[in-house]
Design a protein around this ligand. Structure first.
Ligand SMILES: [Zn+2]
Length: 61
């Protein structure tokens, strides 16, 4: 129903912006919020794939 970005957010620390996720992950401090949001999107895609999660037989190791 909603995009994967629903679980991510960005917090501001002084002049920096940091991406955070409900799973506990947090990205590096960025000078621009847009970059932090990009970190959040990349994390959500890597860790919380909108489609495909739950039907994978075994992760490649
Ligand atoms: Zn996460």
């Amino acid at each position: 129903m909603g995009p994967s970005q629903d679980r991510t957010t960005t917090v501001e620390r002084g002049a920096f912006a940091i991406a955070r996720c409900t799973c506990g992950w947090s990205g590096p401090a960025r000078r621009a919020r847009a970059v932090a949001r990009d970190d959040a999107a990349a994390h959500a895609t890597a860790r919380h794939s909108p489609s495909g999660a739950g039907d994978s037989p075994a992760p490649p190791d």
